[in-house]
Design a protein around this ligand. Structure first.
Ligand code: NAP
Length: 490
C-alpha cells in the first residue's frame, strides 16, 4: 500500500481557469470540501464562485455554443474521443482521487473511470447515427425530423459516481452540439476539477464544459438565467423537486434522475448459488450508495429462511479496511454525515418495530464505516417501508407468491429499477413487465451500459440519460415538410 496515497492530490495545480479552481480564500463562502472518509482528515477546500464569476462563466459557455453548434460530428468526436482516451490513460490518478474524496474501493473506482471512458468513446462514435434526420411518411409530400442542439445545459450531479455521472451527460450532450455548465457535489471538488481539466487537455474550446463551484441559491439563479436552455439533475428527491420546480417556472426542459428503492425479487425456482453473490454485490457495490442498488429483498416464503441465512453469512464475511487497498471488501461510506443519516434511519426503523437480522451499528474504527445490516419485519407505516436507505442496509421482506412479490415491489414511491431471480426466464420476463419501474433485469442486478437508456418513474424522476433516448433529451426535434404543387389558399 502506497503511504502517500492518502495525501493531498494536486489535481488542480495547473488548471487554466484560475478563478474556478481557487483553493479556499478567507472571506469567501466555502462548501466545496475534500475530506477523506477513510480517516476523517480534511484534504483540501475550495471557495465558491462569486456571482460575477458565475455570470462570466455562463457568458463564456453561451459564446462557445455559437461555434460548437456549427462543428461537424467528426470535429466534436475528435475532442470527446480524445477525452475518452485520457480517461483510460489516467485511470490510476483519477481513481485515486475518487477513493480519496468519497471512499470508493480502488478496484471499483478504476472500473468507474474505465466505464466513463467507454461512455465518452461510444457517443463520439455513435452520436451522428442517433441524431441523423429521420424520414417520415406523410399522406402528401415529404417530411423529416431533424435534431439540433438547444444551447447551454446546466448539470447538477451527485458524489456517488464522481466521473460516471459527468461522462453520462458530457458524452451525449456535448456530441449533440450543446455545451455544459456543471455543479458537482460539494464533497468531490477535486474530481470535479479533474474532469474539467481532462476535457481542456483533450482540446475542448473554452466554455465547452465548465465546472461551477456554486451554492444552491446560485444554482437556482443559473436555472433562471435565460442563457441556460435546459437542466439535468441527478440526486435526491428533494434536490430534484427544488430544481425541477425552478425549471418548470422558467418553462425549461429538464431531466431528473433521482433516488430509488429497487426490489430484488427472489422466486421459488431461483438458483441461490447464482442469486446470493449478486444479492451481495447488488446491495454492497459502492458501499451500498447507488441509486439503482438492490435495496428491498422480496423473497418467497419457501426460500426466505435459506436466503436470509446465506445472505447474512456472505455479508458477515466482508472485511472493512483501507479503500486504497485492493484486498479490502468493505469500504467507508462517503462522509460522516451520510453515515450518521443512515444510522438514524436504522434506529427509527427498529424503534418502529423492524428487527435487526445483522449489523445496525457503526464499525468501531477510524473513518465512516457502517456494519453490513439486514432489517426484517418492516411493516407498512414504518418509515423504512418507503424510504431509500443509501448505504449497506438491506431491507428483507417475505411474500407468499409471485403476485404478492409484484404487489409489494410496486408499493413504493420510487420507480427506478429492479430485478427478478428465477430459472424460468419467460416467468422472469412476465414479472419484469408487471413491475412499475424504468428498468428491470432478469437474473442480473440493475446496471447501466453506455448504449442503454437509464432512468425511472414516480419519485425516481423523469427523462432518460444514455442511449438513443438520452442523447435526444436536449435537442430540438424539428419537423421539416415539403408538399409539391400544393394549391395556395383562395
Ligand atoms: P443530493 O444531496 O440531492 O445532491 C446531488 C446534487 O444536487 C449535489 O450537487 C448537490 O449539491 C445538489 N443539490 C442538492 N440540493 C440542491 C438544491 N436545493 N439546489 C441545488 N442543488 C442542490 O444527493 P446526494 O446525497 O449527493 O446523492 C444521493 C442521491 O442521488 C440518492 O437519492 C441517489 O439515489 C440519487 N442518485 C440517483 C441516480 C440516478 O441516476 N437516478 C444516480 C446517482 C444518485 P451539494 O453537494 O452542494 O449539496
Amino acid at each position: 500500500m502506497d503511504e502517500n496515497a492518502h495525501q493531498q492530490l494536486n489535481v488542480c495545480e495547473r488548471a487554466p481557469l484560475v478563478w474556478l479552481v481557487r483553493r479556499h480564500v478567507k472571506g469567501h463562502a466555502m462548501t466545496y470540501q475534500s475530506t477523506n472518509p477513510f480517516n476523517g482528515i480534511a484534504v483540501d477546500s475550495f471557495s465558491q464562485m462569486t456571482d460575477k464569476q458565475l455570470d462570466a462563466a455562463i457568458t463564456t459557455a453561451a459564446t462557445c455554443f455559437e461555434s460548437w453548434r456549427n462543428k461537424s460530428y467528426a470535429e466534436r468526436a475528435a475532442i470527446i474521443g480524445k477525452a475518452a482516451g485520457l480517461l483510460h490513460a489516467k485511470v490510476e490518478p483519477l481513481a485515486r482521487t475518487m477513493t480519496l474524496e468519497m471512499g470508493k474501493r480502488i478496484g471499483e473506482a478504476r472500473g468507474e473511470v474505465e466505464f466513463s471512458s467507454r461512455i465518452m468513446a461510444y457517443y463520439a462514435k455513435n452520436a451522428e447515427r442517433f441524431l441523423a434526420p429521420v424520414e417520415l411518411h406523410p399522406t402528401a409530400g415529404e417530411a423529416h425530423m431533424e435534431s439540433s442542439p438547444l444551447g447551454v445545459i446546466f448539470g447538477v450531479e451527485p458524489w456517488n459516481f464522481p466521473y460516471y455521472q459527468l461522462a453520462r451527460i458530457a458524452g451525449p450532450h456535448l456530441m449533440a452540439g450543446n455545451v455544459l455548465v456543471v455543479k458537482h457535489a460539494g464533497i468531490v471538488p477535486q474530481c470535479a476539477i479533474a474532469f474539467e481539466k481532462l476535457l481542456i487537455e483533450a482540446g475542448a474550446p473554452v466554455g465547452l464544459y465548465t465546472n461551477l463551484f456554486i451554492s444552491h441559491e446560485q444554482a437556482n439563479r443559473v436555472v433562471d438565467d435565460p442563457r441556460i436552455k435546459g437542466v439535468c439533475l441527478t440526486g435526491s428527491v428533494a434536490a430534484g423537486a427544488s430544481i425541477a420546480e425552478r425549471a418548470g417556472r422558467n418553462l425549461k426542459i429538464s431531466s431528473m434522475e433521482l433516488g430509488g428503492s429497487d426490489a430484488f425479487i427472489v422466486l421459488e425456482d431461483a438458483d441461490l448459488d447464482h442469486t446470493i453473490p449478486w444479492a451481495v454485490w447488488g446491495r454492497m457495490y459502492n458501499t451500498g450508495q447507488t441509486c439503482c442498488a438492490a435495496k428491498r429483498f422480496i423473497v418467497v416464503e419457501s426460500l426466505a429462511d435459506t436466503f436470509l441465512a446465506r445472505f447474512k453469512t456472505a455479508l458477515e464475511a466482508l472485511q472493512p479496511g483501507d479503500p486504497m487497498d485492493e484486498a479490502t471488501t468493505l469500504g467507508p461510506m462517503s462522509s460522516e454525515a451520510a453515515l450518521l443519516q443512515l444510522l438514524k434511519q436504522v434506529k427509527v426503523a427498529v424503534d418502529k418495530g423492524a428487527k435487526l437480522a445483522l449489523g445496525g451499528k457503526r464499525i468501531d474504527r477510524a473513518g465512516s464505516y457502517m456494519e453490513p445490516t439486514i432489517l426484517t419485519d418492516i411493516k407498512p407505516g414504518n418509515p423504512a417501508f418507503r424510504d431509500e436507505f443509501f448505504g449497506p442496509v438491506a431491507l428483507m421482506f417475505r411474500v407468499k407468491n409471485e403476485d404478492e412479490a409484484v404487489a409489494l415491489a410496486n408499493d413504493s414511491d420510487f420507480g427506478l429499477g429492479g430485478s427478478v431471480w428465477c430459472k424460468d426466464i419467460a416467468r422472469g420476463k412476465r414479472v419484469a413487465s408487471r413491475v412499475e419501474t424504468g428498468m428491470m433485469f432478469i437474473n442480473n442486478i440493475d446496471w447501466s451500459d453506455a448504449e442503454l437508456p437509464f432512468g425511472g418513474i414516480k419519485n425516481s424522476g423523469y427523462g432518460r440519460e444514455l442511449g438513443d433516448m438520452g442523447i435526444q433529451q436536449f435537442v430540438n426535434k424539428k419537423l421539416v415538410r415539403y408538399v409539391p404543387a400544393m394549391k395556395a389558399p383562395a
